[in-house]
Write a protein that binds this ligand. Structure first.
Ligand code: SF4
Length: 210
């Protein structure tokens, strides 16, 4: 696994649990508000790289004090080693929460079938018709994101869909449109926009009322 960050203890990333957080290197989206710019390139910066062996060793030591591990990014489903890595976490007796942008439903389907996920959080970033523009990917496969959303909603696995409120880019009407994209019965939460570290420099000086 290409890892680029590790937080051994977090109280706010896995609902209701004390968890560690692992950040994977590389993302296929370029959301203008992304505040994890250093995680976006597929090639790891050696200065930021975190060894998988180190992460597993720390987790093994702390597993009795942790309620789970969050695998975030970047976009974890880009990495071919993800199933193997998740099996290593499960072998330690740790529950796994996956954070994803939903671009790889075939990976999600297999992870769910293999019972490697105990919680899934997926971003729903925009109304479908604006997805390509707001993920910075003119060829964004919206059908793939929709398939992931349906898969997660029907999985029976605890899950949540999340949207960052970026007022300079999305209107109230569009927030309403996003709500209609969330399947009935699924949790949807709004996340605060943190302009200071936005991927798009033009957003860094914007101040949004919360
Ligand atoms: S916010 Fe967008 S660009 Fe940043 S890691 Fe998530 S999906 Fe990738």
């Amino acid at each position: 696994m290409k890892l680029a960050g590790f937080v051994p203890l977090s109280l706010c990333d896995y609902p209701g649990r004390v968890a560690a957080v692992v950040f994977t290197q590389g993302c296929n989206f370029r959301c203008p508000w992304c505040h994890n710019g250093h995680l976006l390139p597929l090639a790891a910066d050696p200065a930021q790289a975190v060894s998988e062996a180190h992460v597993l060793s720390v987790l093994a030591e702390r597993r009795k004090r942790l309620g789970g591990v969050v695998v975030s990014g970047g976009e974890p489903t880009l990495q071919p080693a993800l199933p193997r890595f998740l099996r290593s976490l499960k072998a330690l007796g740790l529950d796994v929460k996956l954070d994803t942008n939903g671009s790889h439903p075939q990976v999600l389907r297999q992870l769910l079938a293999d019972r490697l996920l105990d919680y899934v959080a997926m971003d729903v970033k925009a109304p479908w018709e604006r997805y390509a523009a707001l993920t910075g990917q003119s060829v964004c496969d919206v059908a793939a994101v929709q398939a992931s959303l349906a898969l997660i909603a029907a999985s029976g696995v605890p899950h949540a869909f999340r949207t960052t409120r970026v007022d300079p880019l999305l209107s109230e009407r569009e927030y309403g449109d996003i709500r209609t994209q969330i399947p009935l019965g699924s949790t949807h939460t709004w996340q605060a926009f943190r302009p200071a570290y936005s991927h798009d420099p033009a957003l860094r000086t914007v101040c949004c009322p919360q």
